[in-house]
Each structure stands twice: as C-alpha cells, then as structure tokens.
Design a protein around this ligand. Sequence first.
Ligand code: ATP
Ligand code: MG
Length: 350
Amino acid sequence: MSEGDVLVELDGVVKEFGDLTAVKNVEFSVHRGEFFTLVGPSGCGKTTTLRMISGFEQPTRGEVHIGGQPMAAVPPEARDTNLVFQHLSLFPHMTVGENVGYGLKKAGVGANERAERVSEYLGLVDLAGFEDRDPAELSGGQQQRVALARALVNEPSVLLLDEPLSSLDRKLRKLMQVELRRIHEQTQGAFFYVTHDQEVAMTLSDRIAVMNDGHIEQIGTPEEIYREPASAFVADFIGDTNLLDGQVVDGGSTPVARIGGPDGFTVPAPGRTGDVTVSIRPEDFGVTNGDGVVDGTVAERYFQGDQTNYVIDPDADIEELQVVVQGRKSSVDTGEHVSLGITDGAPVVF
Ligand SMILES: Nc1ncnc2c1ncn2[C@@H]1O[C@H](COP(=O)(O)OP(=O)(O)OP(=O)(O)O)[C@@H](O)[C@H]1O
Ligand SMILES: [Mg+2]
C-alpha cells in the first residue's frame, strides 16, 4: 500500500499516568478502507490508545498522525474521527432522527440536507423510517445501530469503536457483527475497533493488533495471528491452545522438541534450541487407530453439537490435553484409552 493510504499512524507512542505506563512505545498504521482491531485483556491499554487517536488523551511521548498531519495541537472536535462507545449514549430527550442529525446541525447543515442524510444513514443501519421514535422505544441492538448511524453520518475518515457490542446479548452480538462488517464495506473510511473479545476480533478484522500490558505483541491478519502466533501470549489469547514445556533435542535433519521427558512425545521445532514452549491447538490433535504420538485416557467429554471437546489425561507425565473433534468424526467416551495424532506442521514453538 502507498503512503497515501495511511489514515492513522502511531509512532513511538507512550502514555504515562503517574508511575503507571499504560501504553509502551506503540507503533502501527491503519489504512483507508481497513477494519483494524486492537485486542487484548482488560487493562492492557486499548482505550487509552484509542483516546490518543480521538484526541481526548495526549501521548506522553511519540506522535499520532491522521491523514498525514501531526495531531499534537489538534483538539478532538477538529479531528477527522468519530467515536462509538461501549455504553451507548443517545440523547434520551431527542428522537432517533434528531440524535442522528445532531452533529450535522452543529456543523450548520440545513434542514433539508440533514433530513436526507439522516434518512440515508438510518437506511444503512437497517432502521429506515425510525426518525420519529424515541430511543426508549428501541431494543438494545437498535439503539446501538442508531449510535453507529450518528457517528457515521458526518462521514469521518476514521470511525473509532470502543467495545460497541459488549452490552448486547450473544445472539444480538453475532447479528451486529455481520451488520458492522456490511456497514464497513459500504463506507469509505477506516474502522479502528477495540475489544477484549478475540472471537469478535477474528470475525470482523482485516488486521488485528494484539496488545499485552501496554505493548503490541503482534500485528497481522486473523489467519496469521492464529496460525503463526509470535508469542505464547498471542497463541493463548487468540483461540484456545495447549502450551506445553519441552526441550529441543537433535532430531536429525530437523530439530525436534521432546515434551514430557523420555516417555513423552516429539514435535518438529525448527529454529529453536534449549527449553521451549510448544503450542498445539485442540483441533490439531486427532484420535487415531493406535499409532498416534501421544496416548492417554479420556478424562472428560463435552458434546457441543458441531464439535466435541475432550480432556485427555496422557499416559506420560505431562499436563492434561485439550482436544477438539469436529462434527461426527471419531466419537470416544469417558474412560476410553486413545492414541492421538498431531496435524503435520501445526505445532508452533516459542
Ligand atoms: N485517566 C487515568 N488515570 C490513571 N490511570 C489510568 C487512566 N486511564 C487508564 N488508566 C490505567 O491505564 C491502564 C490501561 O487502561 P485502559 O482503559 O486503556 O485499558 P483497556 O485495555 O481499555 O481495558 P478494558 O478492556 O478493561 O476496557 C489501566 O491500568 C488503567 O487503570
Ligand atoms: Mg477499555
């Protein structure tokens, strides 16, 4: 992508609150048309990062650029951004139409054009004709969509969204994810999305930045982050995984990591020596006919419909293994002795 496509750029951004460094030397770029998600556990610095982009917080060090311009002296209202919060904040005494048109009115847009734009953006969030309703007459999901329309109607280059779905129930959240993706595709700008929910991040994003304790651990597409995690933290935070201790031993042409001593099992461990951590996803184990790499007893079995989750107690002296079997493949029962294979090339070594 060319330089001109960069809408938001953070360069060596640090934020200190007294003794606490909430954001540590963060660098990333968000491109035009991109759905970029910052994901990480509670308190890792996501909202603080977002607030430095919106201008409600100033970096202690480093720089934020929007549209190629340095933002140090630019107040929030003069930035080409708009914000959608976790706890929606519609004006209760205004109708839906007045809520959505509020920013346009402040900007001096005339009544006719305002009505047109409000109607256009209510249509975009699938609420055509809702202008005269009161916010109190809407469901949680509908209110959240009004908040979205209100943020989008000014056509900001960058829409900043801070956990906008977390107050919704699971079903509505899934529905709104699809809506958000669709709305994003119909707008020209970039979405900068903040969440602690890795599932939402995986579903929506073009690229994900994984944040941990104030710094960025990895930036990549959902697939890169999941298949090639840069650290044990990323492997564990994005999706489920088994993190196992091992030692790299001479395995001939490729080094191998031995897990659980001489009675354990080995996996290829390219590029590493000494003590390692091996990440194996639950779905990368498979139940075999007895010629697998690790044997054990089924300790627990949880039927989930589309998949069955198992906890396997290995014969070797290692931790229990989380195993997922998709669909109707090889059903085994609690107490059965099984032999597990591992998908070639799936384990990642740190
Ligand atoms: N105004 C402030 N003054 C002092 N400390 C703050 C301030 N704002 C945030 N912090 C601290 O900075 C750290 C990062 O907070 P932040 O709100 O960015 O986390 P977050 O990743 O958004 O978490 P969550 O997922 O819970 O929303 C936390 O330890 C928080 O307590
Ligand atoms: Mg937050």
